[in-house]
Design a protein around this ligand. Structure first.
Ligand SMILES: Nc1nc2c(c(=O)[nH]1)N[C@H]1C(S)=C(S)[C@@H](COP(=O)(O)OP(=O)(O)OC[C@H]3O[C@@H](n4cnc5c(=O)[nH]c(N)nc54)[C@H](O)[C@@H]3O)O[C@H]1N2
Ligand SMILES: Nc1nc2c(c(=O)[nH]1)N[C@H]1C(S)=C(S)[C@@H](COP(=O)(O)OP(=O)(O)OC[C@H]3O[C@@H](n4cnc5c(=O)[nH]c(N)nc54)[C@H](O)[C@@H]3O)O[C@H]1N2
Ligand SMILES: [Mo]
Length: 754
């Protein structure tokens, strides 16, 4: 097989310029073509990019933003194109590569270099005490996993999932864990929208959003975009916001940073987009303090209640708790609200004026809200904001947590969850004749704690990059080294392959773009987008290597090796024909009745959603809960800053495509920390200086070395830097109340000049 390796490029020199104020346009198109051509070449680029998000094509492996009903010929964005090119690259990591590079030497490389080496090609194994991975056959690898799992207690195996796994893969994966006898199913959601699911589940009875694409693009008249940077992370959302504006909506960005994507937007799919000035997306930017959103929304709620600008009929018919909450809002002090939010009373009053003048309001949010200690309370407060004026369950209104990974929402629907509801386990038990365990399993933080205590013998990861994505890098990587066997089912080389257990396996799998002929026939998979639409995804490209297997194929082979089909579960048959899996899903998961047939509809079908469809709230009382949440916010002590860790424009989580963050004016490096110029002055340091970032926690300090200071428009007292480089700063036991999501957006730090 012909292989290509990329050359060793050092991290280029860092250059800083003014941040941009507009998104996309010609630079965006040019950038995405540059990546595509570099990784795939011209023919493969065209063949691939024209199939993204088309009916009969494949679902974009990047974010979870939904597809509009009326698709354009090119329904992808700059960052989707990067994700596709990254997967469809012609470069390969083969056995010669592993023979030439020891694990120790690979550990010295950065995340960009590791993944840039290309696609994994065949199963690799590292034995205890070895320095290099070497090839292993598929059958030996599968037998080894089954032996190691069988040799230990079910609760000493852990099954991690990253949100790119299809519904079919996720369903058989959770089934494997449950047949084995454990709910140890941590997933990337634990670090992502867990706080949204927890809060919304408590107050509206469903852990998902309540709006459709058309609600947002056509019917809304006011849209809040809170703690989200769609220009980088959900670029196709800008098109929806542009339509919303054409239909009369106002857009408010609530964010410590003035993100370029919410400034002027030039849509490359329209003539005006490529040549003109574009649409101004955000009518208003509210520069909230990091972690100040609870106070901000509590302030708006307080004003609405004081003015009696609430929908009494809706509150009486559909909710509980209004009277108690109203008293709590009345008792809140303005000083506290403005101090914690960083927004004045006048500004909050004028936001309330705007809210009162609008009938159909949507609140969108992402990681800026979910990764704080008080995230669950913050999102409950936002749900109250919507409930107060009846903005749930009517066209153009509702909650819109914008999901991250392309199928992270579907994975949860399929039962990837460490604390599954009893009805789900009952349904799995009845369908397969097994007795699923009832005890809660490990989430991400608990899994790392268990590894640290030596309580994990087998760690299996369905995608993702556990070692780099999780908090407290030093603690986590040491914990992983204590695991018996680590198994990574992956498409590309990453840091998690290097932090293996005493034994390690890398199992290379097909990606979303590739043709899947498992069982000798063409298979397809399904995904659920951020708005609960389920549709099919058909890979089209020739697989990157003949040895690659599908995720479903790998999981079913492990099931067969562990239990055999005589155990009552048709592992081999499911692995040969995915429609059998869909048939089981239809029997187990509500909303999937007649699954296979309904997939034939162009664009797929919508899952039922009680609050959205009929104002039905599946809570203990059958009513939505209005809550006022005690004012809390993390503030940094004098001499310290509150650091949020975020994504650059050139990365997908731990996958670093390149060293630029174009919109924020950063070129050629990632070791930067953005700080308010007045804070720099007070701290006696200056733009351009190099500092160590030191986080302060009850158990001591953690240090990330060598960051260039960048004076930047962020509220005083707050700072920002990129993850995963800064994950070393986040203590394992610093997580959100109620959801246990690591507090990646509020880390108390000080900056030490070098
Ligand atoms: N290209 C690309 N696309 C992606 C990803 C990617 O890495 N690259 N990742 C995917 C995944 S898994 C996810 S979860 C999403 C993430 O999508 P985002 O949530 O947009 O990602 P972040 O970069 O973490 O950005 C967080 C935003 O919240 C703001 N913020 C930080 N703290 C606060 C706060 O306290 N309050 C408020 N109001 N705002 C705050 C930051 O300034 C920033 O604009 O994107 C998905 N899509
Ligand atoms: N400090 C800090 N930490 C964070 C965050 C933050 O904002 N700040 N965000 C958190 C969030 S929101 C998330 S979702 C997590 C992400 O955590 P993960 O989902 O674990 O990490 P990713 O970086 O998305 O995983 C990338 C790897 O997935 C593999 N991969 C890609 N495509 C496929 C595929 O089709 N199949 C398989 N089997 N493997 C594939 C590749 O090998 C690639 O190296 O990180 C979290 N960590
Ligand atoms: Mo995420």
């Amino acid at each position: 097989m012909s292989t290509e390796h990329s050359v060793d490029l050092p991290e280029p020199t860092l250059r800083v310029s003014e941040p941009e104020t507009a998104a996309v346009g010609i630079p965006g198109v040019a950038h995405s073509m540059e990546y595509a051509l570099r990784e795939m070449g011209p023919r493969r680029s065209l063949q691939t990019l024209l199939k993204v998000n088309q009916v009969g094509g494949f679902d974009c492996p990047s974010c979870a933003w939904p597809d509009p009903d009326h698709r354009k010929a090119a329904e992808f964005c700059e960052n989707g194109a990067k994700a596709v090119a990254w997967e469809a690259t012609r470069k390969r990591v083969d056995r010669a590569f592993f023979a030439a590079h020891s694990v120790a030497s690979l550990l010295e490389r950065d995340d960009h270099w590791l993944e840039a080496q290309g696609r994994l090609t065949e199963p690799m194994y590292i034995a205890p005490g070895e320095t290099h991975y070497s090839p292993i056959s598929w059958s030996d690898a599968i037998t080894l996993i089954a032996e190691r799992m069988r040799a230990t207690d079910p609760d000493r195996s852990v099954f991690y999932t990253s949100g790119r796994a299809s519904n079919e893969a996720a369903f058989v994966y959770q089934l494997l864990a449950r047949q084995l006898g454990t709910n140890n199913l941590p997933d990337c959601s634990n670090m992502c929208h867990e706080s949204s699911g927890t809060a919304l589940g408590e107050v509206i009875g469903i852990g998902k959003g309540t709006v459709t694409y058309d609600d947002l693009a056509e019917h809304a008249d006011l849209i809040f975009v809170v703690g989200q940077n769609p220009g980088t992370n959900h670029p196709r959302m800008l098109t929806a916001l542009e339509s919303a504006k054409e239909n009369g909506a106002k857009v408010i960005s609530v964010n410590p940073l003035r993100e370029a994507g919410l400034g002027r937007f030039r849509n490359p799919q329209t003539v005006r987009g490529v040549s003109g000035v574009g649409t101004k997306l955000a009518d208003l930017h509210v520069p909230v303090q990091v972690n100040g959103d609870l106070a901000l929304f509590a302030g708006i709620n307080k004003v609405l209640v004081e003015r009696d600008a609430v929908d009494h009929a809706f509150l009486e018919e559909h909710t509980d708790g209004f009277e108690v909450a109203a008293q709590a809002w009345a008792a809140m002090e303005w000083d506290e609200i403005t101090r914690l939010s960083g927004i004045s009373r006048e500004e909050i009053e004028s936001l309330a004026d705007l809210v009162e003048s609008r009938e159909r309001i949507i609140v969108c949010w992402a990681m800026g809200l979910t990764q704080h200690k008080n995230s669950v309370a913050t999102i409950r407060e936002i749900a109250s904001f919507l409930l107060l004026r009846g903005n749930i369950g009517k066209p153009g209104a509702g909650a819109c947590p914008v999901r991250g990974h392309s199928n992270v929402q579907g994975d949860r629907t399929m039962g990837i969850w460490e604390k599954p509801p009893a009805w789900f386990l009952d349904a799995v038990g009845a369908e397969f004749g097994i007795t699923p365990p009832r005890e809660e399993g490990y989430d991400v933080v608990a899994a790392i704690e268990a590894m640290r205590e030596g309580a994990v013998d087998v760690f299996l990861a369905l995608g993702g990059n556990f070692a780099a994505a999780t908090p407290d890098t030093a603690v986590t990587t040491a914990a992983l080294a204590g695991v018996g066997l680590t198994v990574q089912i992956s498409t590309k080389l990453n840091r998690s392959h290097l932090h293996h257990g005493r034994e390690g396996l890398i199992l290379p799998c097909l990606g979303r773009t590739e043709r899947d002929e498992t069982g000798g026939r063409e298979q397809y998979v399904t995904v659920e987008d951020s708005m609960g639409m389920v549709h099919a995804s058909h890979g089209r490209l020739l697989p990157g290597s003949k040895e690659l297997r599908s995720e479903v194929g790998i999981i079913c082979a492990i099931g067969e090796a562990l239990f055999g089909s005589a155990s009552g579960i048709d592992w081999t048959a499911m692995g040969m024909d995915y429609s059998r899996i869909r048939w089981h899903i239809a029997a187990v998961v509500p909303g999937f009745e007649d699954f296979e047939a309904r997939l034939k509809a162009p664009g797929g079908f919508a899952l039922p959603n009680g609050p959205r469809d009929s104002r039905t709230f599946n809570t203990a009382t059958g009513r939505a809960r209005v809550t006022a949440n005690p004012l809390t916010a993390l503030t940094a002590p004098p001499g310290h800053l509150l650091l949020q860790t975020l994504r650059s424009h050139d990365q997908f989580n731990t996958t670093v495509y390149g060293y630029n963050d174009r919109y924020r004016g950063i070129k050629g490096g990632r070791h930067v920390v953005f700080v308010n110029p007045d804070d720099l002055r007070d701290l006696g340091i200056a733009d351009g200086d190099t500092v160590d970032i030191v986080s302060v926690w009850t158990d001591g300090e953690r240090r990330a070395e060598g960051f260039r200071l960048v004076a930047y428009a962020t509220p005083r007292g707050s700072a920002a830097a990129y993850f995963p480089e800064t994950n070393v700063l986040i203590p394992l036991d610093s997580y959100a109340d109620g959801s246990r999501t690591p507090t990646s957006k509020s880390v108390v730090v000080r900056l030490e000049a070098r």
